[in-house]
Write a protein that binds this ligand. Structure first.
Ligand code: HEM
Length: 405
């Protein structure tokens, strides 16, 4: 009847099951919810009932609205499909994504001033060198390798070394710890030990840069009023924010291109497609598939009242497949202009390292497919181990092979 809002359907738990045989698509349940309404009620693990935003416009609006907080300690954790979720501790020092203005503004300004055009340009030359070296090594090691261990992880790891000014002699140790932290096969104890070792590593790095600054972002930051603890926190956060993200984009992105050979061929034939291809792969894969915010006051979004204190989970993967924003959204089309994709976030927390991440991907994908024109999976696609239950989607390993020249 006129003027009466339809009652909201019952709350759901956060869908995680991806369609069988299509590891790149978000859970089908998310599309079903989005078709019904931009915001659905969502169960949280502690009994809270909050929201799940699935449309592009709702996710974008909430991420852009500072009446929503990013503080982890104000948020409830979603009840995951098939079981409870965990609780979130407050953000550690240096973690920008878990704090609000004005604390956030101070860190953000200090850091943004160091991600300069000059520095990004210098890093571009290093990405070219580092990718070429790793492709050479793959060629020597091959013709069957795990692409994650040989390429997708080490390239961004070494770029973080560049950013933080890790000396050549210390890079092997750094990479070993970093790989152990994200190794799915390692025991929890081993992962924790590697995590501790990385923390010590970054703290020592901060002292070294204070004593003898070099030409890198961390050394630059020692000239600001940041304390040693803050610098170490920021160093660790940059490592956490910039390494596995880029590594999983390179790993899952290569898997997607191998499953879409015509797209891979287009990229190989026309390197000028790289910029667009990267935006489209970011949209299509949305590896950071969910975000979260907590309402600081009552806010209306798309006609729906979100009350102060309620948590909203942002289904970024669903938003990036919203047909209202991207026609034919479930098709990977490297020729599409995927501008407006939300996989780097949106609003004041939008990814600070996105230029670096783009540079890495724009170079690494075409270089790989040009070096190995016959690159293919070395196992059936259903045997590629996926990071299904993780906050960051991707592949644990990607066995690939090629014809030797
Ligand atoms: C923030 C994704 C690479 C540094 C973010 C956010 C997303 C994201 C979604 C926003 C989080 C939120 O709103 O809560 C990615 C992806 C990457 C990538 C998918 C790779 C493909 C990098 C790199 C760096 C980096 C290479 C730096 C070395 C940061 C920082 C923030 C951030 C510092 C926090 C910004 C803030 O809260 O103000 N990233 N990122 N990221 N990212 Fe990235």
């Amino acid at each position: 009847t006129l003027g009466e809002a339809a009652p909201l359907p019952d709350p759901v738990s956060l869908p995680l099951t991806r369609p069988a045989g299509c590891p790149f698509d978000p859970p089908a349940e998310l599309a079903r919810l989005r078709e019904q309404r931009p915001l659905s009620r969502l169960h949280y693990a502690d009994g809270h009932v909050g929201w799940l935003a699935t449309s592009h416009s709702a996710v974008r609006a909430i991420a852009a609205d500072t009446r929503f907080s990013s503080r982890y300690e104000l948020m409830h954790y979603p009840l995951l499909e098939g079981g409870p979720g965990g609780a979130l501790p407050p953000a550690p020092v240096g973690d920008l994504t878990g704090i609000d203005p004005p604390e956030h503004t101070r860190y953000r300004r200090l850091l943004a001033g160091k991600f300069t055009v000059r520095r990004m340009r210098a890093l571009t030359a290093r990405v070219e060198q580092i990718t070429a070296e790793h492709l050479d090594a793959m060629e020597r090691q091959g013709p069957t390798v795990d692409l994650v261990a040989a390429y997708a992880h080490p390239v961004p790891a070494l770029m973080i070394c560049e950013l933080l000014g890790v000396a050549e002699a210390d890079r092997e140790a750094f990479q070993r710890h970093a790989a152990a932290v994200s190794d799915a096969d390692a025991t929890v104890a081993d992962q924790l030990a590697a995590f501790e070792a990385l923390g010590d590593f970054v703290r020592e790095l901060v002292s070294a840069k204070r004593a003898r600054p070099t030409d890198d972002l961390l050394s630059d930051l020692t000239t600001t009023d940041l304390s040693d603890a803050e610098l170490a926190g920021i160093g660790s956060f940059l490592l956490a924010a910039g390494l596995d993200t880029t590594a999983h984009m390179l790993g899952l992105g290569t898997f997607a291109l191998l499953q879409h050979p015509a797209q891979a061929a287009a990229l190989r034939a026309d390197p000028s497609l790289a910029d667009q291809a990267v935006e489209e792969l970011m949209r299509y894969l949305s590896i950071a598939h969910t975000g979260a915010r907590a309402a600081l006051e009552d806010v209306e979004v798309d006609g729906q009242l979100i009350k102060a204190g309620e948590t909203v989970t942002l289904a970024v993967g669903a938003a990036n497949r919203d047909p209202a924003r991207f026609p034919d959204p479930d098709t990977l089309d490297l020729h599409r202009k995927a501008t407006g994709q939300l996989a780097f976030g949106h609003g004041i927390h939008q990814c600070l390292g996105q230029q670096l991440a783009r540079v890495e991907m724009r170079i690494a994908f075409p270089a790989l497919f040009r070096r190995f024109p016959t690159l293919r999976l070395a196992v059936p696609p259903e045997e590629v181990p996926l990071r299904l239950q993780m906050g960051l989607y991707g592949v644990h390993r990607l066995p690939v092979t090629w014809d030797e020249a």
